[in-house]
Ligand binder design. Sequence first.
Ligand SMILES: C[S@@+](CC[C@H](N)C(=O)[O-])C[C@H]1O[C@@H](n2cnc3c(N)ncnc32)[C@H](O)[C@@H]1O
Length: 253
Amino acid sequence: MRITLRVIGIGPGNPRQITLEAIDAMAGVDAFLVLDKGADKQSLAAARREILDRYAPDGHRVIEIVDPPRDRHPADYDAEVRRWHAARATLFAEALTATVPDGGVAAFLVWGDPALYDSTLRIVEDITTHTDLDIALEVIPGVTSASALTAAHQILANRIGESIHITTGRRLADTPAGADTNQIVMLDGDLAFRHTADPADHIWWGAYVGTDDEILVAGTVGEVGDTIAEVRAAARQRLGWIMDIYLLRKAVD
Ligand SMILES: C[S@@+](CC[C@H](N)C(=O)[O-])C[C@H]1O[C@@H](n2cnc3c(N)ncnc32)[C@H](O)[C@@H]1O
């Protein structure tokens, strides 16, 4: 069985930050696949629903797939990860075979851009490796939350000629000296900059960027570090979830 599988970047939450290419790619899709990741669900569901209502063809199907269970502390970590990837690939292949006709089109809607901290393309690779489904893959880029952040703050991500490092909160402390001039930090539940940055470094922080709930704070880490922590905790409490990102820039000596 051969299907076309479109991985479509939908931007970071504002339905108007979707590209014409993404809208075109939604036409003719038989089924949209959604990986239900529990915590992510709340945040993604409303935006995804709005995008599907606006742009998906009438009569399209949405298939929610729950991640198979995974042993987080196995004796053989690599073997368990391989087993889990194969199990997940099999679930997706079964759902695709059951809902998409031979020669049909399925799509994943991916938050932001599919190339940045997203597992969808890895899942597609697993499906191709572990099952005999014949997939013609198409990838549509999306506006990443990194661009939404810099646009919201009306800033460049770098001073003249400087490099930019994109990382996660968990890896922030591992950034090599020299690569830390401008850092865009995603997936940081712990505001890791408070343990790594100097008070004179500058931070541009944003939560729910591009959406009606957008919150922006900017200043030196010394000035606004505590404010960001307070604002973040209050917003999370109020809305029940949070999505935030920041640009951290080293002060020049
Ligand atoms: C799993 S990653 C996905 C990144 C996505 N592929 C992208 O290009 O933006 C999720 C992280 O993206 C960031 N993020 C995504 N959308 C955001 C938004 N609207 N406002 C702030 N941060 C956002 C947060 O750092 C969040 O932890």
